[in-house]
Design a protein around this ligand. Sequence first.
Ligand code: 5GP
Ligand code: ZN
Length: 118
Amino acid sequence: MENHENCIFCKIVAGIIPCQKVYEDDEVFGFKDINPAAPIHFLLIPKRHITTLEADAPLDAQLLGRMMALAPRLAVEQGCRPGREGGFRLSLNNGADGGQEVYHTHLHVMGGPRPWNK
Ligand code: 5GP
Ligand code: ZN
């Protein structure tokens, strides 16, 4: 597995930086955001270091789809209300103009009662 020594999220996957883990499988890792923008806010990342959606070795459609498909179950596990009354927001900030700060692609999953911080 490619592991970039200066990447915060690779260090989290490797256990070098502690986190509150919410999910792990062979390819995907999930953990709570350190600065939550909503009552429930966690990140899903590929374990493999992928910088952006247009990187040389990009996130393939199958893995991206799997990350998105995991969100509803994990959101409810983390306390989001299920169904129409509850729900969650997915966002993926890509590149500087997209507001990306950490260059290891990640999917934000945010939910919980409003108002939110952002
Ligand atoms: P971006 O703006 O790149 O989409 O979002 C990066 C997210 O990573 C931010 O919401 C930020 O709070 C979160 N983050 C940055 N560093 C850490 C860290 O060391 N641990 C955790 N758990 N989250 C982090
Ligand atoms: Zn990384």
